[in-house]
Design a protein around this ligand. Structure first.
Ligand code: SF4
Length: 364
């Protein structure tokens, strides 16, 4: 049964220099996109009562209140469903936030702050200033939003550990319930892919930044529940946990990925194709039993509690300790992995090389 839905809104007012997400600066298409998305949902949604819905982007806060409600109209969701909208600070004002709170079921907002350093925000190509970001969080709190997440980035141009501490201090002053943390990566097909800034902190400094932020957030009561995510008790993102717990979820919208039954898919990434036929996929395949197990391992290890050995043994009819004894021993010895009575999990150092560790579990 699929109880979670991701909805992709691929529009931004301008493309950030580092952005590899599927988003375009073409607001005139938003009305047509809204209608197509609604049709896609009406056709593909099987009527389950959803527990989480997540509007990601792009900049979902470019949608009007009416458009948000239009997209949600075919969906059923439980009274306590977590319904998140990603927000870019410059795209909202008090009236919008008030209407969002009172006229839509959105009960969680995720605000892309990234840094409080205005110079760096400009270099990144972001449209907001730190003051705008602070004002938006404070306004949302005043209006009664009780589940606010903010995004922060590290590894930014000319950033030092001291500047990172300053960013975290300012984020903590806002007292959000949830903080997501992303290291800047220069990805292909971004404005920076051929001409990256020359003053990026090196990998060792980035690792120090990650450890420092993690330490400060933990000291301030945030549970480091996933490699990139921190939450006050009870405010872990239920939607994102559904990914990491390997649950099914719908992916609606252009380029959205979903996981239904044992099939993973990604919708077409072409606007023309999506508008002509939203059922066209750019990727779709059925997972083998081995692939399911591998995914369960990667996703489980992303969470700080790691993998429960008994559960995975029962679910996949394996002896985890025996099957992966060499990998476990190797990374236990290097201090990247730990095993307690029930679980195996990554240490902070392990999280820094998580992709290397995950690849070891893949059977070729
Ligand atoms: S706001 Fe987000 S999705 Fe939009 S261009 Fe910037 S990084 Fe990309």
């Amino acid at each position: 049964m699929t109880e979670n839905a991701y909805i992709h809104i691929p529009f931004c007012s301008q493309k950030c220099n580092y952005c590899a997400f599927l988003s375009v600066s073409a607001p005139k298409y938003i009305p047509k996109y809204t209608e197509t998305l609604k049709k896609e949902i009406e056709e593909r949604y099987k009527g389950e009562t959803l527990k989480t819905i997540y509007f990601g982007g792009g900049t979902p806060s470019l949608l009007t209140i009416e458009q948000i409600n239009t997209i949600l109209s075919p969906l059923k969701y439980s009274e306590d469903a977590e319904i998140t909208l990603e927000i870019n600070p410059e795209s909202v004002n008090e009236e919008y936030l008030k209407n969002l709170k009172t006229k839509t079921p959105i009960n969680r907002i995720s605000i892309g702050i990234q840094t409080f350093d205005d110079e760096v925000l400009k270099i990144l190509g972001r449209q907001h200033t730190s003051k705008t970001a602070v004002d938006v969080v404070n306004c949302a709190k005043k209006l009664g939003f009780k589940n606010i997440s903010v995004d922060l980035m590290y590894g930014l141009p000319a950033q030092t550990i001291e500047k990172v501490r300053e960013d975290v201090r300012k984020a903590l002053e806002l007292a959000p319930q949830h903080i997501s943390l992303y290291g800047l990566k220069i990805e292909r097909r971004t404005k920076w892919s051929h001409n990256p800034p020359q003053n990026l902190p090196d990998l060792d400094v980035q690792a120090d930044m990650y450890e420092e932020i993690t330490k400060i957030l933990k000291e301030n009561g945030y549970n480091h529940y996933e490699i990139s995510n921190f939450a006050l008790p009870q405010f872990e993102s239920k939607h994102n946990l559904s990914y990491w717990k390997n649950k099914n979820y719908y992916g609606f919208g252009i380029g959205a990925s979903g996981y239904e039954g044992d099939k993973r898919y990604t919708n077409s990434v072409s606007f023309q194709e999506y508008f002509e036929d939203y059922n066209i996929k750019s990727m779709s395949y059925k997972l083998t039993a081995q692939e399911k197990l591998e995914e369960e391992i990667f996703l489980g290890l992303r969470c700080t509690e790691g993998i429960n050995i008994d559960e995975i043994n029962k679910k996949y009819n394996i002896d985890f300790d025996k099957k992966y004894s060499e990998i476990i021993r190797k990374y236990q010895q290097t201090g990247h992995l730990k095993r307690n009575k029930t679980n195996v999990y990554l240490t902070i150092n392990g999280m820094l090389i998580s992709n290397e560790i995950f690849s070891e579990f893949i059977e070729i």
